[in-house]
Design a protein around this ligand. Structure first.
Ligand code: ASP
Length: 343
């Protein structure tokens, strides 16, 4: 009995994986997809049928933009029925933002969308890009009983598969560039690919819904001892600002100086949403645990639980673009929409 080959669409957006050194300046610049494909003859041996599309102008992911997330989500909508899975080649710098944004924009996903990239360009002998790409493709094509094994937006990097909206790039040097401090890896690649089925999103019975609008009228306000009133005032009074991710200390704490509480309270009164996220790598916001967060709870700051800043920003972009009122957005911020927080 012949088994049907899995089909995967590879989307090349740019990033170090496909970069080459500029001969004159020595800078790394994105190169075109043909170069990348030439460097990995292994791809031809794969028993997965692979198709590819590449950005006309591949980008360093530091130039990533919500408009491109919309284009990526639209591409997945258009190609959804034709492929069993998707691999997005992406720079590692903003990969966690893209993975988080796509997770919100693709509701009831029943196929894998795996983002990967590398710390060293593919043409370099010690590149980490080959393993990342080859295994990401294997995961994107993996099936059990004829159904995709993975049903969510993930990042595969350095032998680990993570839920995308739980990740954070924490290392610019090591091949192991990502971590998912508040959620276990969904799979680990060694001699065998071991899936953590219990941690993975279940397939949905509903049809895929693609949301194609985002609103980026958002600021991140990071607390530090001695933060200046003028700076906070300037940020909170930015034109069109709709929501603020407040990066606080520890379990959601910040200075109780009256001027800060007053400014935040006035902002909330004027209709803005403030989401409290911890600066710590791991753990959760618990407003009211300490005296230094009770004031935030009192004025209506929303506790972000164990959400990452990347997921907080993109969840707000997603919710602000829907026709929802402030009360509804606030409610959804404390709910897990795509597994981004521990409910
Ligand atoms: N600057 C690169 C990018 O994010 C870094 C990488 O790919 O790892 O596009």
């Amino acid at each position: 009995m012949s088994k049907k080959k899995s089909s995967v669409l590879l989307v090349y957006t740019g990033g170090t994986i496909g970069m080459m050194q500029d001969a004159k300046t020595g800078e790394l610049k994105p190169f075109n997809f043909n170069y990348l494909a030439e460097q990995i003859p292994e791809l031809k041996k794969s028993d997965i049928s692979l198709s590819s599309v590449a950005f006309k102008k591949p980008i360093d992911s530091s130039n990533m933009h919500p408009q491109i997330w919309i284009e990526l989500a639209e591409l997945i909508r258009t190609e959804y029925e034709k492929f069993d899975g998707f691999v997005i080649l992406h720079g590692s710098d903003t990969m966690s933002f893209t993975a988080s944004a796509l997770s919100f924009m693709l509701e009831n996903l029943n196929k894998p969308v795996i983002l990967t990239g590398s710390q060293l360009p593919i043409g370099i002998i010690r590149t980490d890009g080959k393993e990342n790409l080859v295994t990401a493709i294997e995961i994107a094509g993996a099936k059990q009983n004829g159904k995709p094994v993975v049903n969510e937006v993930c990042i595969y990097f350095e032998y680990k598969l993570y839920r995308g909206n739980r990740t954070h790039k924490y290392n610019a040097e090591h091949f192991n560039a990502f971590e998912s401090p508040n959620y276990p890896p969904l799979a680990e690649a060694g001699v065998h690919l071991k899936y953590n089925h219990q941690a993975m999103a279940k397939a949905s019975a509903k049809k895929l819904t693609v949301y194609n609008s985002l609103n980026s009228d958002i600021a991140i306000l990071k607390m530090f001892p001695g933060i200046n009133k003028n700076v906070v005032e300037a940020i909170l009074s930015a034109k069109n600002l709709k929501a603020i991710v407040l990066e606080t200390f520890g379990a959601g704490n910040c200075t109780t100086e009256k001027w800060l509480t007053d400014l935040l309270a006035a902002s909330i009164k004027s209709g803005k949403i403030i989401l409290n996220v911890t600066q710590c790598n791991a753990g959760a916001v618990e407003q009211g645990k300490y005296e230094t967060s009770a004031q935030l709870k009192k004025i209506g700051v929303v506790g972000g639980k164990d959400i990452t800043s990347e997921a907080a920003v993109t969840k707000l972009m997603f919710l602000l673009a829907q026709k929802l009122n402030k009360k509804e957005i606030t409610r959804l911020l404390t709910k897990s929409l795509r597994g981004e927080i521990t409910a």
